[in-house]
Design a protein around this ligand. Structure first.
Ligand SMILES: [Zn+2]
Length: 159
């Protein structure tokens, strides 16, 4: 029985003339594993980049995210102007200005998400579910954080 073949993977024994293990696909002569790898879809760092590119292609395109960043800063500037106006008593002037700033900022978020210079309106029509999630988080996340920070600061200023 010294010329019988043994599979190193599943430990099955075969006659000497057997070439391939029928249970797991190991070549009994060379020892090569012929079975397809099951962990072939391990993402890894490259997978992560592709994931980001898939979710927010704008992040990987400087042509898009540089103008988007500038527009976002401009939008926040306009929002700040609106808040200052509203606080100085001109509430009716301040609110529309702040809303305009929010729209500018939302437009910049759209550019970041789509990676294209889509207009806000058409983008909202074309958006898929995951785009909406990122859009809402991207637009209202920083705004909410700012509001909470202001509330926190105001609360401490009162004491
Ligand atoms: Zn085997």
């Amino acid at each position: 029985m010294s010329d019988a073949r043994h599979c190193w993977k599943c430990h099955a024994d075969y006659p000497a003339e057997t070439v391939v293990c029928v249970r797991c696909g190991v070549n009994l002569v060379t020892g090569a594993d012929l079975a397809p790898k099951e962990d072939a879809e391990d993402p890894g760092p490259r997978g992560l980049v592709e994931h980001i590119a898939d979710l927010t292609p704008g992040l990987l395109r400087p042509v898009v995210w540089i103008p988007a960043l500038l527009l976002a800063l401009g939008g926040w500037g306009v929002i700040g102007l609106g808040v200052v106006l509203a606080q100085s008593g001109a509430v009716l002037s301040g609110l529309p200005v702040a809303a305009l700033g929010l729209i500018l900022y939302a437009q910049s978020v759209v550019w970041m998400i789509t990676g294209q210079f889509w207009l806000l309106h058409s983008a909202l029509v074309e958006f898929q579910g995951r785009h909406w999630t990122i859009f809402v988080l991207g637009v209202f996340g920083p705004g909410l954080a700012l509001l909470l920070a202001l509330k926190f600061l105001a609360g401490h200023a009162v004491e």
